[in-house]
Design a binder for this molecule. Structure first.
Ligand code: ACO
Length: 334
């Protein structure tokens, strides 16, 4: 896949420091060997060093070249705890509570990023999405001007007529259960940026609903048309339209009938769903029934790239996600 090749080549060039919070997990260890062999990133494995080394031995892989950090004994714990207390002082976080939280690699990893000791994080092979995201949201927080973290999927469908040569970006498939109008607008703007930065596409964003330009009357319809208006205010250069139904967004013949004056309808390559239920179900339908390859979720809007794996992920999913995270880090910091 051309896109993945480019993402991997870029990662090799950037040499970012990516922390893998589930350091002793077998797929993570196998991925680490591949990442180091391919020189994709500098890898930091979190966990008990003996368990990590034993795990690598049992998997029959070499992790030579990876840095191993033990969150329970690391000399930076005190410094990180002070940073945590400062960030959460309005919430009353005490130093002893912070030190306790730091025993958990899912907290230690975002603090490494916060202190400039790592450029990105990946976890989620053995932890739920919420548990990976919560520490990141609390301590790394969002990038300037953005209040919402969301998750995009790059969908590789088997028909080059759709999207950008068969690639579409869907959001938010991973984070916000019930976004409001303003949050949907932000999701549209950040997803367009992700589509441009990672896929290299000229984004055309469709705001999806069960109605096209007022064909149905309902508060949920108003929500998507208002979100479209707000997104235009946030980024006047954005090519965005809605609310519209999925067929109007993707099929030129339907667009001609339902939305003849839209520059997006019939040729959308970024789809913003009205909520997490629709988006999560939607991407899985396309993946499973439509046999599309789904890469993601790529988390967007965070001040540093922190990505969540599916617990069913494969070794190559982890390798690819490290490469994507390195590309995001480069886009954010350079
Ligand atoms: N963007 C930015 N900040 C956020 C967001 C967001 N999307 N969501 C929560 N926050 C902030 C809150 O403001 C809060 O900040 P504060 O503590 O400084 O006040 C902090 O993060 C924690 O938020 P809570 O609402 O207290 O935490 P919650 O326990 O609700 O966790 C979470 C938020 C984890 C994102 C939750 O909404 C969630 O679990 N979402 C669904 C994730 C999921 O299961 N996805 C589907 C599976 S993924 C897949 O299939 C690919």
């Amino acid at each position: 896949m051309e896109l993945l090749k480019r993402v991997i080549q870029n990662a090799q060039k950037y040499q970012k420091r990516i922390v893998l919070a589930e350091g002793a997990e077998p797929r993570t260890l196998r991925a680490t060997e591949i990442i180091l062999k391919q020189n994709l990133a500098k890898i930091i494995l979190l966990g008990n060093p003996d368990e990590i080394k034993k795990g690598a031995q049992e998997c029959g892989v070499s992790i030579e070249g990876a840095t191993i950090c033990d969150p329970r004994t690391d000399p930076r714990r005190d410094l990180y705890a002070d940073i945590m207390v400062e960030i959460r002082k309005s919430k009353g976080l005490t130093k002893s509570e912070a030190l306790e939280l730091l025993n958990d690699p899912l907290y230690f990893a975002p603090l490494m990023i916060k202190n400039g000791d790592a450029d990105g994080e990946i976890a989620g092979a053995i932890n739920a999405t919420g548990d990976v995201l919560r520490p990141a949201l609390q301590f790394v927080k969002t990038m300037p001007g953005v209040s919402v973290v969301s998750g995009a999927f790059m969908m590789f469908v088997n028909d080059p007529h759709f999207g950008h040569d068969g690639i579409l970006v869907f959001a938010d498939c991973a984070v916000m259960p019930d976004p409001n109008e303003r949050q949907l607008a932000e999701i549209a703007v950040t997803t367009a940026k992700t589509a441009k930065a990672i896929v290299g596409m000229d984004p055309r964003v469709a705001m999806l609903s069960f109605s096209t330009f007022g064909s149905a009357k309902h508060p949920l319809v108003d929500k998507m048309s208002n979100a479209t208006r707000i997104a235009r205010e946030l980024d006047p250069s954005l090519k965005i339209d809605g609310e519209m139904q999925l067929d109007a967004a993707l099929v030129p013949e339907v667009a001609k009938l339902k939305a003849p004056n839209s520059e997006v309808a019939g040729r959308a390559n970024v789809l913003v769903f009205p909520g997490l239920e629709a988006a999560n179900i939607g991407y899985k339908l396309v993946q499973r029934l439509g046999k599309a390859e789904a890469i993601g979720p790529v988390l967007q809007g965070m001040a540093a790239p922190i990505n969540d794996l599916s617990r069913g992920c494969s070794v190559s999913d982890i390798v690819n996600m490290v490469a994507i995270t390195a590309n995001q880090a480069a886009a954010l910091f350079e």
